[in-house]
Write a protein that binds this ligand. Structure first.
Ligand code: FES
Length: 163
């Protein structure tokens, strides 16, 4: 039995999702996908609750969340820019792209702009290696990105964001 009184809303939501998917197969994925989709990140309280429900150590759930690029432990801005740093993209200069994004946005990779609008991330292979280096922004994928194109992508992010 759970203490419903004074329970954190994130914990309650995680528990309700967990209970709504009684089939153990894919249960954790289901809950994490739902939370990520709704809030764009997985809260610390949700991780605590899921560890309790699953009867495992908190670190196990957190490691699981950290392993997948699709999940975030911090709130993500309205616009997410992901710079692929898989092997092919790395070999084709993804680091230079990241540096350019960082300097234009004034944030480091993994951070969100002060106004909470744009998040920059370094991610593992996004599956478009033949177009390396690749940048993903929302539903759009940019291939064979050169440093000179980063400014255009940032401009687009800012325009999309203010629409
Ligand atoms: S390494 Fe970047 S798309 Fe595969």
């Amino acid at each position: 039995m759970h203490e419903a009184q004074n329970e954190n809303p994130c914990s309650t939501e995680a528990r309700m999702l967990w209970e709504s998917h009684p089939d153990p197969a894919g249960r954790l994925f289901f809950v994490l996908n739902s939370l990520q989709e709704r809030h764009r990140f997985i809260s610390s309280e949700a991780i605590d609750e899921l560890a309790r429900e699953a009867g495992v150590e908190r670190d196990e759930v957190e490691s699981f969340v950290r392993f997948f690029d699709a999940y975030s432990l911090e709130a993500v801005g309205d616009c997410l820019i992901e710079v692929c740093d898989g092997t092919a993209c790395h070999a084709r200069g993804s680091n230079r792209l990241l540096q350019k994004f960082e300097s234009l946005l004034g944030i480091r990779e993994g951070e969100t702009s002060a106004d909470g609008r744009i998040t920059l991330r370094r991610v593992h292979c996004v599956g478009s290696c033949s177009s390396a280096p690749v940048v993903v922004m929302g539903d759009e994928t940019f291939g064979k990105v050169r440093v000179s194109r980063v400014c255009d992508i940032v401009g687009r992010a800012m325009r999309d964001d203010t629409d």
